[in-house]
Write a protein of this length. Structure first.
Length: 665
């Protein structure tokens, strides 16, 4: 697909990009993506040319061809509730695009694109060290190059050096690496134009907690000529200096290093209306921007919801729910409504809806996955194939694997996964359940951001529709329960879980310390560690044994405290192993071989004995125990939990390992 750059200097310039990078665990509205032309920030989707918003009769109207709709009524119903996107009508995907036959740098259908803009907008030249915004660089380029076009300014180039080199060579500009973000989702540039007057209260070498004062009253001069100078001796922040070289500047030549920059804090100022909205009782509202590297994970945390397409439950559209409510008030029965809606929904679904007091409320993530889990596990027939061909699976009859705690093994020859972005945050992640929950002041200042100016009143949400195949595994609930009871009497096992629970409780991110905040949180955590670690070991083994790159595989975890204990390993079309290779492993013989090899490999880690015997936890926030990149961690795009909540000892330990009998074979 193509991304259109919407800067004054580069209007209607396009960058080719994979569609999945625009909507993924690392990208979406408000995200920064790296391209050959520089870092671009994806704009809110109401600005994308594809959505074609028009203002008519006092409201924004978007004309979207129904051909671009992603159909998943079950997910649509989940999100279009009274506390969510109550006017939601459809999920929409941005279609793939190709280059036009006449111009390789222009897409065949310019309106089917995503818009973005350069961010940060400050660029510097490595040769002359000048530091300017992209608009200023474009103006210089136009003045110095005859017949300057946006095409020859991509990527941006230094017009000053171009002039000094006799107009024969122009070095490419480099974008600054730093920006500022706030916990309420806003962002801004580092105030480079004020940096050469900065005063530092702390040691300049203290780059993490230095205190810096900037002069917000005035600039150093009216006609700044800034330089961004990188030292050849120092590679840290102290090796970068900012200074102004304007001849009339009273601060000319005064240079200030970037040492201590990460200690800079700039307050976010709110309007009176915003203060009333956010103000908490007896507490002054103070929110600050802080510097961060533009490629840091903390810059952007998309909030995604995913769904497996289930053909037996279509769900009910929001507009039809309103009709059903009116008919219910008039005393109409399910059969009348069934006929009135032209048999679009089953009689059973309509009757269930009439029996419920609350017709449309948000379904928590665990409950939503439980429905998928039960559909696969409790389906009576060994084979299933729906008419649309979006779900095809076959259950394997198990004999040997039952002895090792397996309950079911299902090969999914065809699955459809729908991913929808509902919002994003900065500095700290939020789960989809958090997104639909009103947070009070005690839960922090992190605020969710919507993906368009319509917010929760939007009629459309961007989505990605993926088709692929997978292997579904579920363990025996009874055997897990028995294993937990026995293992809890082991001192080493108990200490591990105690330490991990403490690390979770003290973690800075709310989404982490509330993940297992349930009545049976300890049991939920143990079961999650077991299934999640098993998932990772199998993914790594598929790479070792069968040649599938870990980056081409994904996991979907089905774990709670009592009702589900399974994992789906899947790959999407276009990735290695997505044409029958993965599902071919879903036989008892091959899965047993895969399991044995994975468990035995997990006993040998290059970082042992340090990795296996860790006591305080390892990884971010100490959220892992016996798990590192040598033995258990996988590429983050393949993991649902950012490589957290893992401990291979629960599977392989000689005293309490769930699969300890398998190691002895």
């Amino acid at each position: 697909m193509a991304v259109r750059r919407n800067n004054t200097a580069t209007d209607n310039k396009y960058v080719k990009l994979q569609t999945r990078k625009v909507l993924s665990a690392y990208g979406g509205s408000g995200s920064i993506i790296e391209t050959p032309f520089g870092a671009l920030m994806i704009e809110d989707f109401d600005k994308w040319p594809f959505f074609k918003p028009e203002y008519k009769d006092g409201e924004w109207v978007v004309n979207i061809n129904g051909l671009f709709h992603v159909i998943d009524e079950r997910l649509l119903q989940r999100l279009s509730h009274k506390d969510g996107f109550e006017q939601l009508e459809a999920f929409v995907y941005v279609p793939d695009n190709v280059s036009s036959s006449s111009r390789a740098d222009i897409p065949e259908t310019p309106e089917n694109t995503v818009s973005a803009e350069f961010f940060p907008k400050w660029f510097y030249c490595n040769k002359c060290n000048r530091l300017k915004k992209i608009k200023e660089w474009w103006d210089i380029w136009q003045n110095e190059k005859t017949g300057a076009t946006k095409k020859d300014f991509a990527p941006p180039k230094c017009g000053v050096c171009y002039k000094n080199n006799g107009k024969k060579y122009a070095p490419e500009l480099e974008q600054v690496r730093f920006i500022m973000t706030s916990p309420i989702g806003s962002y801004k540039e580092i105030p480079w134009e004020r940096w050469n007057k900065a005063e530092k209260e702390a040691n300049e070498e203290d780059t993490s907690s230095g205190s810096i004062r900037l002069d917000y009253e005035s600039l150093c001069c009216d006609n700044q000529d800034l330089r961004y100078i990188k030292s050849k001796k120092f590679s840290d922040m102290a090796g970068i200096n900012i200074k102004c070289m304007n001849d009339t500047c009273e601060h000319r030549g005064r240079q200030v290093t970037l040492a201590g920059m990460f200690g800079l804090r700039e307050r976010v100022w709110f309007s009176d209306e915003e203060i009333l909205e956010r103000q908490t009782e007896n507490k002054e509202l103070k929110v600050y921007y802080k510097p961060v590297i533009r490629s840091s994970n903390s810059v952007y945390y998309p909030i995604l919801v995913t769904s497996i397409f289930l053909p037996t439950d279509k769900g009910i559209r929001t507009k039809d729910l309103e009709k059903i409510e009116k008919w219910k008030e008039k005393g109409k029965d399910a059969e009348f409504i069934f006929d009135a809606l032209l048999e679009e929904y089953s009689l059973e679904v309509i009757q269930k809806l009439l029996d419920k007091e609350d017709k449309n409320e948000y379904i928590p993530e665990l409950e939503y996955r439980l429905y998928e889990y039960n559909f696969l596990v409790n389906h009576k027939e060994d084979k299933f194939e729906d008419k649309s061909q979006n779900l095809i699976f076959q259950k394997e009859k198990l004999k040997t694997l039952i002895d090792y705690g397996f309950e079911q093994l299902i090969g999914l020859r065809r699955i459809k996964m729908t991913s929808v972005q509902i919002g994003y945050t900065r500095q700290e992640p939020l789960s989809s359940d958090d997104f639909f929950t009103e947070m009070d002041a005690t839960q922090g200042l992190i605020e969710k951001k919507y993906t368009s100016k319509w917010g929760r009143m939007t009629k459309y949400l961007p989505a990605v529709e993926s088709f692929g195949e997978g292997i579904f595994i579920s363990l025996s609930n009874d055997k897990i329960q028995d294993w937990i009871e026995v293992s809890e009497s082991n001192g080493r096992f108990k200490n591990k879980i105690d330490r991990l629970q403490n690390n979770i409780l003290n973690h800075a991110y709310r989404s982490v310390n509330q993940k297992f905040d349930t009545e049976n949180s300890r049991e939920h955590l143990i079961r999650f560690l077991l299934l999640h670690t098993l998932s990772h070991l199998l993914i790594k083994e598929l790479e070792f044994l069968c040649g599938y790159p870990s980056t081409s595989l994904n996991e979907r975890l089905f774990v709670d405290d009592t009702r589900m204990q399974g994992v789906l390993l899947y790959t999407i079309a276009g990735a290695e192993g997505s044409y029958g290779g993965l599902v071919s492993q879903a036989t008892e013989e091959r899965t047993l071989r895969l399991l044995k090899s994975a468990i035995h490999r997990a006993t040998d880690c290059a970082s042992d004995p340090i990795c296996y015997n860790t006591e305080d936890g390892q990884g971010i926030g100490g959220l892992n125990m016996a798990a590192c990149y040598s033995c258990t961690l996988i590429p983050e795009n393949a993991c649902e939990e950012f490589n957290s909540f893992l401990d291979r000892s629960l599977l392989i330990d000689e005293e309490y390992g769930f699969f300890k009998n398998l190691i002895r074979l």
